[in-house]
Design a protein around this ligand. Structure first.
Ligand SMILES: [Zn+2]
Length: 335
C-alpha cells in the first residue's frame, strides 16, 4: 500500500519538495509540485481555473515561507488544466519547451467557457464537454504563455538545488517535459504519467511516450508525482507503459486489417484497463496511433471538440456513469 494518501491539497515529500494533489485525477483534476531551497521556489504547473489555483497558492504560502514569492514556474505541457492559473504566479519566469509554446492556444479558456455555457449548440460533444468541465470556472482567465523556452534539457537552480527539465515530447502533447530533482530523488511527470486513470495521447507518437516511460524507469527516483492521480512509484509507470504497448498492438492489427480508427477503438477489449477512470480516452489514443501508422510527412492537426462526441458514445457503451458524478452531488452542481 502506498504511504501517501490521495487527498486534496499539499503533501510534503521531504527536503523542500512538495506535491499538491486534486483527487480523483479525472478530467481536469491534476497535480502540481513545488521545489524549494532556502527562500527560492519553483512551481511545477498551475490548475484549471483561477479559484483552484488561488486556493493552492494560499495553502502553499501558509505552509512554506519560500512560496511567498515563486521565482520560476515550469509548465510541463500546454493543456489548460496545467496552465490556466499561470497569471496568478506574478513576476515568475515561466519556462516550457518550444512544443508547449507552439501548443499553447489549443485549448482557449474563452472557447471552453462558451461551449460550457451554450452546450446544446454543440450537440453531443458540447454535452460531454460540459460534463467533463462543469466543476471548473473559466471566467477571468488570461492565457499566460511561457516567457522562456528550451529544447532538449535545461538545468534550473532553485537556491543551491539543481532541477533538470527534460523534454520528452511530443507524446501526450506537443511539448511534454519531466521535472527531475536528482538530489531529492523526485520527479514530476506532468501528463507523461496518469496513475489509476486512462492516459490520452493528443499528439504522439506513442513510441515516444513509451520511450519517456523508459526514461522515468531509468531514473534514480523514489517519488513520482503524476500529472493526474495519487503520488506514484515505478510500478505505476510500468502499468501505464504496459497499457500504451497493449493499445498500440491492438490498434496495429486492426489498422492492418483495414478497420477505421473509431471501429478499432470500440472493438479493442480493454481487459484489465476497462475499469480505469475515463476509459473512453482510448478513442483519441487510437486515432493518434493511426496517424503514427500512416507515417505521413505532415502529421494532421486535429480539432479536439469532435472527439468528445465519440468519447461520450464509448463511455455510455462501457456503462460508465457521468464524469464527476460524486463530486457534483457533493457540491450541488447540476448535471
Ligand atoms: Zn492534465
Amino acid at each position: 500500500m502506498s504511504k501517501w494518501q490521495f487527498t486534496k491539497g499539499l503533501h510534503e515529500i521531504g527536503n523542500g519538495c512538495w506535491a499538491y494533489l486534486l483527487p480523483d485525477g479525472s478530467w481536469g483534476w491534476n497535480n502540481t509540485g513545488l521545489v524549494t531551497d532556502g527562500d527560492s521556489a519553483l512551481l511545477v504547473d498551475t490548475l484549471f481555473d483561477l479559484k483552484l489555483t488561488a486556493e493552492m497558492l494560499a495553502e502553499m504560502r501558509a505552509a512554506i515561507p519560500a512560496a511567498a514569492e515563486i521565482d520560476v514556474l515550469v509548465n510541463t505541457h500546454a493543456d489548460g488544466d496545467h496552465t490556466f492559473g499561470n497569471q496568478l504566479v506574478e513576476g515568475a519566469r515561466i519556462i516550457a519547451t518550444q512544443g508547449t509554446v507552439d501548443d499553447f492556444d489549443r485549448f482557449d479558456p474563452a472557447v471552453l467557457a462558451k461551449i460550457c455555457a451554450n452546450a446544446e449548440d454543440y450537440g453531443v460533444a458540447g454535452a460531454f464537454m460540459k460534463e467533463c468541465f462543469r466543476p471548473f470556472d473559466f471566467s477571468g482567465i488570461t492565457l499566460t504563455p511561457p516567457n522562456e523556452v528550451f529544447t532538449g534539457n535545461l538545468t534550473v537552480m532553485v537556491g543551491e538545488k539543481k532541477v533538470e527539465l527534460i523534454e520528452v515530447g511530443p507524446a501526450h502533447s506537443l511539448g511534454d517535459a519531466l521535472i527531475h530533482v536528482p538530489e531529492d530523488k523526485v520527479v514530476y511527470t506532468g501528463d507523461i504519467l496518469f496513475t489509476e486513470g486512462t492516459p490520452i495521447a493528443w499528439y504522439g507518437p506513442l513510441a515516444r511516450w513509451i520511450k519517456a516511460c523508459d526514461t522515468l524507469l531509468d531514473m534514480d527516483v523514489d517519488t513520482i508525482v503524476a500529472g493526474h492521480g495519487p503520488i506514484s512509484t515505478k510500478d505505476d509507470v510500468r502499468r501505464m507503459r504496459d497499457y500504451l504497448i497493449y493499445v498500440t498492438e491492438q490498434a496495429r492489427s486492426r489498422y492492418d486489417a483495414g478497420m477505421d480508427y473509431l471501429s478499432a477503438a470500440h472493438d479493442i477489449d480493454l481487459g484489465e484497463y476497462r475499469d480505469w477512470n475515463d476509459a473512453e480516452r482510448v478513442i483519441v489514443t487510437v486515432q493518434t496511433l493511426y496517424d503514427d501508422f500512416d507515417n505521413a510527412p505532415e502529421r494532421p492537426t486535429r480539432a479536439p471538440i469532435p472527439y468528445f462526441a465519440e468519447m461520450k458514445a464509448l463511455r455510455d457503451k462501457l456503462g460508465r456513469g457521468p464524469v464527476h458524478e460524486a463530486y457534483c452531488k457533493a457540491h450541488g452542481i447540476d448535471h
